[in-house]
Design a protein around this ligand. Structure first.
Ligand code: PHE
Length: 349
């Protein structure tokens, strides 16, 4: 007496094929597929019987189960195509279908506003004779602090809360970390900007993020002046905004410049009336700057009696926010497609 449940298998197959032919939507086909072909489905289940069969019976029954699986899979595929053809035919004969309507445009990527403004800045500075340099985001305590006249016990360390990698390495807190690297790399006189990401271990709000972008500027020559620094900054701002922008200069303290300044611009998000970006003051700190401190020149291997420099640390994120009237810095790195789409075709020509 044979224990091979071949008839049962065939009965299940007939049920499956019937279910396939009666399915009227892709979802229903998926359901059928799950019920019969799934791991615990009606057909697969028969594989478990194999162990109870005699060694002579096993190969034939195993093959039968596989054949049934294939047959049902093929039927599913055929029905899927049929349903697709039916849908298509219905769409084409639909009296509301207008073949003259323009098609859907494939979505294309956009250039990030930070990149747009960065490209433009590179162009402006290149035209003024600056190199455009790139320095590491993970840097040493030495280049980020020490070489910039900020020794370990200096209170100014607290100005920039730091993400440490280990005792020696950190995520640079500012692009100024490249200043001494640049002095060692190039023979003065030279002018350079180095744009990039910087990181601060601090709470976020509408005008602070833990990761943001700066553009460092550095000019080293026999004689440089604050007047030249301010003139360069004004040129830059009017180029970016396409008009004169109101600025004000305040004394600012940074251990690596002397004298140091804070260059503010009138808030272009609110027009000076006060908003979350300018903290209701009407002004935005955009550009700390100053004359390079003699100790920094020394760290760069330069004699401060023979060389001078000016430096600025432009807040690129802030600049982009002003340029495009973005009221929350966190949008910039959110990766939100709805935000990014708004910059389609807004190249700064
Ligand atoms: N590195 C400073 C900061 O991030 C800005 C700065 C750069 C100030 C260059 C002066 C000169 O806060």
């Amino acid at each position: 007496m044979s224990t091979v449940p071949i008839e049962e298998l065939h009965a299940v197959r007939d049920l499956a094929l019937k279910a396939v032919s009666e399915a009227n939507a892709d979802g229903e086909l998926e359901e059928v597929s799950r019920t019969y072909l799934g791991k615990k489905g009606q057909i697969r289940k028969h594989m478990r019987v194999l162990g109870q069969l005699s060694p002579e019976e096993r190969p034939a029954f195993g093959k039968a189960v596989n054949d049934v699986s294939t047959e049902v899979e093929d039927a599913l595929e055929t029905r899927r195509k049929e349903l697709h053809a039916i849908r298509r035919a219905a769409a084409l004969t639909d009296p509301h279908f207008d073949p003259t309507l323009p098609g859907t445009r494939p979505a294309s990527g956009t250039v990030h506003p930070l990149t747009l403004v960065d490209w433009r800045l590179d162009e402006i500075f290149r035209s003024m004779g600056f190199y455009v340099l790139d320095y590491p985001e993970i840097d040493t305590e030495y280049f980020n602090f020490e070489a910039l006249n900020v020794p370990a016990d200096h209170p100014a360390r607290d100005m920039q809360d730091t993400f440490w990698i280990n005792d020696e390495h950190l995520l640079r807190t500012h692009t100024s970390a490249g200043q001494v690297r640049a002095m060692k790399e190039f023979k003065p006189p030279f002018k350079a900007i180095f744009p990039g990401r910087v990181f601060r271990y601090e709470a976020t709000d509408a005008s602070h993020d833990h990761t943001f972008h700066q553009v460092e500027g550095l000019y080293v020559d026999r004689e440089v002046s604050v007047a030249n620094l301010i003139a360069s900054m004004k040129t830059l701002l009017s180029e970016i905004f396409g008009r004169e922008v109101e600025i004000r200069l305040r004394p600012g303290y940074f251990p690596f410049v002397e004298p140091g300044f804070e260059l503010d611009i009138s808030c272009l998000v609110c027009g000076g009336g006060g908003c979350s970006v300018c903290k209701q003051s009407g002004w935005v700190e955009l550009l700390p700057c100053g004359l390079v401190h003699p100790n920094v020149l020394r760290a760069g291997g330069l004699d401060p009696t023979a060389w001078q420099g000016w430096a600025f640390g432009l807040g690129l994120s802030r600049l982009v926010m002003m340029r495009y009237q973005i009221d929350d810095i966190r949008h910039l790195l959110s990766g939100d497609i709805r935000f990014l789409r708004q910059f389609e075709g807004t190249g700064l020509e």
